[in-house]
Design a protein around this ligand. Structure first.
Ligand code: FEO
Length: 393
């Protein structure tokens, strides 16, 4: 069935419900879509392809729209294989297709697909006319690879935005946000952003500035719904995330072998709640996947981390998540920390070093507990939670 999303513009993307982990890293409990769009104008223009595993279905969808017409152009907004994976086969089936990209696109195209001919290089502000539609190209380096660009259709006021504004989760039947309940996509947009784009706040801010000059009515990302009635919300969320702004909630991330550090985390959570914090997310680092922990680090202003001392070091799962958090270069957070030990404490010292590394504002007095909770450490945990709650308000 042909899916039209705007005048002359068809959705030819696919859903992936097979893959367990995106990039073999990030869980896909609700799958993911690889979006591709075909402009059926005087000249035909395909925008991005899909993961090669879905090329058979993809080519059937293209053929259903073209109905025997040739494919004139392929715009490659992004070379990551979830979108560029079918380019070699596309060239095989449509040998006359001219491939449009920038200088960096073509270096990658040669490296991945050995394609070096039939190319048209574009730079910032260059245009492509297909008949009724006129597309302008805007480079978006590091959102989230260096070759990324976006194409803006002046005629339909449609932005083809590559990964930006994308989400995990398949599109189930409908593609346009006007035709579905999108509530479950917002958290998945934050998780996608935190996992994939998170490190690149400044490049995202640069492209948002460029986009602010355009009259965008529809956003076609490479993943998730096409945004029309929620386009402003999607842009605002990207603006917020890339400025590392966050809600006044708290995420508590902790490791615990036998429940003692966990009891500290629970006590802190109770104190936060008693002092007015309504949004509290808790992650046992041995249970929660880092994908979701990172999402909440982007989501909340208050970050509290607890670790037992393990062989004179941090608990390994906490050590691992700290490295992932530091790699995202998240700024402007309030940080509270705590830990426990049995015979010689090390975890709390290492959490102090982490606070310096990420330059978050240490909030409240850190709590270090020997063995199990007593009246003194309980009071200290309650005070730590209260200090965080007060700082957030
Ligand atoms: Fe959806 Fe960066 O690829």
């Amino acid at each position: 069935m042909r899916k039209k999303i705007a005048d002359d513009i068809y959705y030819v993307g696919v859903n992936d419900r097979q893959k367990g982990l995106f990039e073999n890293l990030w869980p896909l409990p609700q799958g993911v879509s690889y979006n591709s769009f075909l402009i059926n104008d005087d000249r035909t223009v395909l925008i991005d392809t899909v993961d090669v595993c879905y090329s058979d279905l993809f080519f059937k969808k293209i053929e259903a729209v073209l109905n025997g017409r040739p494919l004139d152009y392929l715009i490659v907004n992004h070379m990551e294989p979830d979108h560029a994976g079918s380019i070699r086969l596309l060239r095989h089936f449509y040998p006359g297709v001219q491939i449009i990209g920038n200088k960096q696109t073509f270096t990658m195209l040669a490296g991945y697909h050995n394609i070096t001919e039939g190319l048209r290089e574009v730079k910032e502000g260059d245009t492509l006319e297909s008949g009724k539609h006129r597309l302008t190209f805007h480079t978006a380096p590091m959102v989230h690879w260096p070759e990324v660009m976006m194409a803006y259709d002046e005629t339909g006021k449609v932005l083809f935005s590559a990964d930006a504004f994308g989400t995990y989760g398949t599109v189930n039947g409908a593609v346009l946000d006007t035709e579905m309940n999108v509530a479950h996509y917002w958290d998945e947009m934050i998780r996608y952003y935190a996992n994939i784009v998170g490190k690149y706040g400044n490049p995202v801010q640069r492209i948002l500035k460029k986009l602010s000059a355009l009259d965008i009515q529809t956003i076609c990302s490479t993943h998730g719904p096409v945004w029309r009635e929620n386009k402003d919300k999607a842009i605002a969320l990207y603006d917020q995330l890339s400025r590392y702004e966050s809600g006044n909630g708290v995420v508590i991330i902790y490791g615990s072998m036998y429940g003692n550090t966990e009891q500290m985390a629970e006590t802190i959570a109770c104190s936060l709640a008693a002092n007015g914090i309504k949004e509290i997310a808790m992650h046992h680092a041995s249970k929660s996947h880092s994908s979701y922990i990172l999402r909440d680090v982007f989501k909340y202003k208050g970050i509290m981390i607890g670790s037992p001392t393990y062989n004179g070091q941090l608990f390994p799962e906490i050590d691992a998540i700290l490295k992932k958090i530091a790699a995202c270069e998240v700024k402007n957070r309030l940080f509270g920390y705590f830990g426990s030990f049995t015979w010689a404490g090390a975890a709390v010292k290492r959490l102090a070093a982490f606070a310096e590394e990420v330059q978050w504002k240490v909030t409240g007095d850190p709590v270090e507990q020997k063995q199990s909770m007593n009246n003194e450490t309980e009071a200290q945990c309650l005070a730590l939670g209260k200090a965080m709650a007060q700082a957030l308000q």
